[in-house]
Write a protein of this length. Structure first.
Length: 361
């Protein structure tokens, strides 16, 4: 319906048990425009992210990559992150992934630097609940987040990088999460994780967020924006497997996105054979914990896709990836990813142990 505005949120609050690296990766991976401040006893510093790239860093009299390194290696301090679209002088031009890996690898030392240790508190302003969820899922730290609105409140629980429970009033599970997404501006805070919380949500975070965003658009009166997708989904549900395979080989991005979530191995393999498949779609498939093992093997067998660090890291972190592949690929990653893999509880122990050996080597 023309004239309707999407429901927006303006959440502010604090999140515990983070590192500066976590916040920088979150802002970059989400394509944000934000300033990230580290208030430390040593000295203050600022990291500017624009359109998902680190463009500037200042720490005292130092700027550029040296300033970024100095900031992320500080063991203490408080993090603040605010939205900022203003232009800043650009003194950093490397892709953010390469930049963070190089920042944590000190060429003057045999061992990789560990980076700023998790455990810092981050004050976050002007973010959406979807942004908050993605940041909380970036680490495997168990956490409960209380969200307080003008009228009422809710709770979202995270375990090992997954959303496991949501509560809003008398609602629980996905329905509660969707209501939280349309409840407007709020404040939030970290709570000590309660082991007694139930598990009312079971599934990929991506699917949870996609369903919530769809619900939000419909609640705002934008049902027509989804008419075409709904029609396509209904068509796919009526199709035979052979028809879906044929469509997966030639379909557009929207079609591929729906077929990628099919449980059938042949359909997933057909999507991977689509000549219009993009690198970002391959990364999503590599990270999909419902992907068939054969589909993951197909990705790992492609030289073109294996040159992408994001795809290799996604395969290693996917517990469905065959160990013969993930144990080899983990060695091609860098110190930043090794640290995250070594601390993860959802990754097979043989892979996390390999990461720990690489860090100590």
């Amino acid at each position: 319906m023309a004239g309707h505005q999407p429901i927006s949120q303006n959440l502010s609050g604090s999140l515990d048990n983070l590192s500066l690296i976590d916040v920088v990766r979150w802002a970059c991976a989400s394509g944000m425009n934000r300033n990230i401040y580290l208030d430390s006893a040593a000295a203050g510093g600022t990291i500017a992210v624009r359109s998902g790239q680190v463009v500037s860093a200042v720490a005292g009299d130092v700027s550029g990559e040296e300033a970024l390194k100095e900031l992320v290696l500080r063991p203490d301090g408080a993090i603040r992150s605010v939205a900022d679209d203003s232009q800043v002088p650009q003194d950093i031009r490397k892709p953010w992934e390469q930049l963070l890996i190089e920042t944590l690898q000190d060429p003057d030392e045999e061992e990789p630097a560990s980076g700023s240790a998790p455990g810092l508190s981050a004050q976050l302003a002007e973010i959406d609940l979807s942004d908050l969820v993605q940041l909380a899922c970036l680490t495997d730290a168990p956490r409960d987040i209380r969200i307080v609105f003008e009228k009422g409140g809710g709770l979202v629980c995270f375990r090992e990088g997954w959303v496991t429970h949501a509560r809003f009033g008398d609602l629980a599970g996905e329905n509660a999460f969707r209501q939280l997404m349309v409840a407007g501006s709020a404040t939030f805070e970290s709570l000590s994780p309660d082991s007694g919380q139930p598990e009312t949500i079971d599934g990929p975070v991506e699917d949870l967020l996609a369903g919530a965003m769809r619900f939000r658009a419909q609640a705002a009166g934008a049902e027509d924006a989804f008419d075409e997708e709904s029609t396509l989904l209904q068509k796919l549900q009526r199709m035979k497997v052979s028809q879906k395979i044929k469509l997966a080989l030639t379909g557009n991005r929207e079609t591929r996105g729906l077929l990628m979530r099919e449980n059938n191995r042949m359909i997933q393999l057909a999507v991977l054979s689509n000549k219009r498949l993009t690198e970002s779609e391959v990364m999503l498939m590599a990270a999909n914990k419902q992907a068939d093992e054969e589909a993951l093997r197909r990705i790992a067998a492609s030289r073109e896709w294996m040159r992408l660090n994001q795809v290799r890291a996604a395969l290693v972190k996917n517990p469905r990836c065959p160990l013969s592949i993930s144990t080899k690929l983990v060695q091609t990653l860098g110190p930043l990813e090794w640290k995250l893999i070594a601390a993860s509880k959802s990754i097979p122990s043989v892979v996390s142990q390999t990461a720990k050996r690489l860090i100590a080597k």
